[in-house]
Each structure stands twice: as C-alpha cells, then as structure tokens.
Design a protein around this ligand. Structure first.
Ligand code: PBG
Length: 329
C-alpha cells in the first residue's frame, strides 16, 4: 500500500527554525538580577583560601574580599549573601552576635566601600558553634526556644552593622516572627526577611560544610531540617513563615527540589527564592573537569530550570560565571 502525504496541520518545529524566532517565543529568560552570589569571609589577614571541594570558590579575609566583590560588580552582580567563618567557635556561637564578629566587621567595611552593594546575611549558628549545630544544645538536641532569642540578637546585630536583608537558615520554629520582633523593636521595620522556609536535610550541603567547617560534631540535622520525602509539609512551613512576616520564601536545595519550588510558587504571593547549593555546584565542576559534560551549557540549563520552575531569585555559586555569559542589559 502506498502511503499518502499526511496532512500535519500543527507543526511545533515551525517555531524552532531560527535563533531569532526561538528567542521570540522563549517562555523563560534568566537575568543577572535573578542572581545572588554567596561570599565566604573568614578571620585572618591576606587570605584567599581555596575550598578544595568547591572549585573557584574561596574563603576571603576582610582585607581582600574586595577582589571578589569587584569581579562580581564587573559582570553585573550587585547582590551577595555573606557567610562568616570566625576565628573562635564556642557552644552558643557568640561571634555571630558580637559587635566585633566576623560578619559585623565585614558589613561595616563593605558598606563603607560599596554603598550600592545589596548585602544579605545568612542568620544561623552552625558556622559559629564548636559542635556545628544550628543552635544551642540541650539534651543532645538543638533547643528551639533557647535558640530563638539568640537568633533575634544575631539578626539585629547584622542589621545594625549594615545588612540590607537577613536570611535565617536554621529551621527553628518561630524564627521569622522572633527576628521580625527583634528588628522592629530595634527600629528596623523596613528591613526585609528572606526565610529559608523550606530547607531539607540534604546530602547536597556536603561541600559547603567543608567551606565553613560546620559539619556537626555529633548526630545530623534531621531533627530540624525537613525530610526530603515531604512536600505538603513544605507548604505548611511556607504558610507559617508568611504569617510570621517573611517577605521572601526560599526553597533549598534547588535542583532536586524543582517540584517543591513550583508548588511553593503556586500557593504563595511572595517572591520565591531557591538556593542552588554547594553539592549541585561541585557535581557539575567535577564532571566538567573530567570532560564529561559541557560546563557552561549545563550551568545555564540548570539555572534556567530553577527560573522556569518558579524561582524569582537564585542564590548560586555560579552567579559570576553565569552573569559573564549573559548579555549586558
Ligand atoms: C546554614 C546553611 C547551610 C547552607 C547555607 N546555610 C548549611 C547546612 O544547613 O548545613 C548550605 C549551602 C550550600 O550547601 O551551598 N547556615
């Protein structure tokens, strides 16, 4: 039997013929303004200390971090999130709320030198405690309520030192409300809170814990970070944090949780951020180093997938490299 020429009226390929046409019908577009770069600041002087598990990421001392900021600004990234590695860690993480703490000193310096740089601070204890957990320990577990008042204190001291936004990441119940109260009482009702509302107990944080030397000295973080199997619980966390006054909601990690990002976007009316975490970064770096994958295209595809799934803001160690590949706009 002879096949007749079939009449295919709808041909999706018609819209894929040329680059200009593809750009015309493109649904999602990644912009430099979607990206926030994490920056690690460590005690000491004249330090640009490479982190072996995170190629191209460094711990900077306060006197040299300008090198990194200048590179970020040169490619159009003017939003950063700061992480501090103090010289001394103790049981309550006191450096994190000291006026002379590593973050406070960095903020004072950076705000003086770069008045337009938007600086977010990660508000947590794991980088500052000798046991590596995200709060005060009672009976071998992190005590939620004793950690809360210290979180308020830490956030307020960051803002007093110049932080433009605070991002609590410790997954303590009530943390957003407590921080909102501390900031408002201190006269900072205009400073927004970006809450790590949905943070999973994930293996993808491994390289970061090398970077800030925060691997828990006992146990794990499963009694406060979320079970990767749960998504309805994520919605509960989001609703609670919005009620407590969160201005922006974050999902973390990003790549293995795109369904969560998309769901959170559907049920909320605040901007949604995601954290493209260290393990996601290092996996690509390692595969690219072996020549197994094309680094730049895979990087852009990963970031695009986060935007497409609903993230308005992407925190990523790729921010600088991705921005360098984007057109100036
Ligand atoms: C907690 C914090 C963590 C990350 C950001 N903030 C680590 C953790 O929960 O262990 C992880 C970021 C990453 O893996 O890139 N202060």
């Amino acid at each position: 039997m002879k096949l007749e020429k079939r009449d295919i009226a709808v041909r999706p390929r018609r819209l894929r013929r040329t680059d200009a046409l593809r750009r015309l019908v493109r649904e999602t577009c990644l912009n430099k303004d979607d990206l926030v770069a994490p920056v690690f600041i460590s005690a000491g002087e004249n330090k640009k200390h490479s982190i072996s598990s995170m190629q191209g990421v460094y711990q900077w001392s306060i006197d040299r971090v300008q090198e990194e900021i200048d590179e970020l600004l040169a490619v159009g990234i003017d939003k950063i999130i700061l992480f501090g590695i103090p010289s001394v860690k103790d049981s309550t993480g006191s450096d994190s709320y000291s006026q002379n703490g590593i973050i406070q000193k960095s903020l004072q310096k950076l705000k003086q030198e770069y008045s337009d740089l938007f600086i977010i601070t990660d508000v947590c204890f794991c980088e500052y405690t000798d046991h590596g957990h995200c709060g005060v320990i009672h009976d071998n577990d992190v005590s939620n309520d004793s950690t809360l008042s210290l979180l308020g204190k830490q956030a307020l001291s960051h803002v007093e030192a110049g932080a433009d936004m605070v991002a609590p990441s410790g997954m303590m119940d009530g943390m957003v409300g407590e921080i909102r109260l501390a900031l408002d009482t201190g006269g900072f009702e205009h400073i927004p809170i970006m809450s790590y509302a949905v943070k999973y107990a994930s293996a993808f944080y491994g390289p970061f814990r090398d970077a800030v030397e925060s691997t828990p000295q006992f146990g794990d973080r499963k009694s406060y970070q979320m079970d990767p199997a749960n998504i309805r619980e994520a919605l509960k966390e989001v609703e609670l944090d919005i009620l407590e006054g969160a201005d922006i909601i974050m999902v973390k990690p990003a790549l293995a949780y795109l369904d969560v990002i998309s769901h959170v976007k559907d049920i909320s009316n605040v901007p949604v951020a995601c954290y493209n975490v260290s393990g996601e970064y290092s996996m690509l770096k390692a595969a690219a180093e072996k020549g197994w994958i094309d680094h730049d295209s895979a990087m852009m595809e990963m970031l695009l997938s986060m935007k497409r799934s609903g993230a308005d803001i992407i925190i990523s160690y790729f921010a600088k490299e991705a921005a360098a590949l984007m057109k100036n706009d």
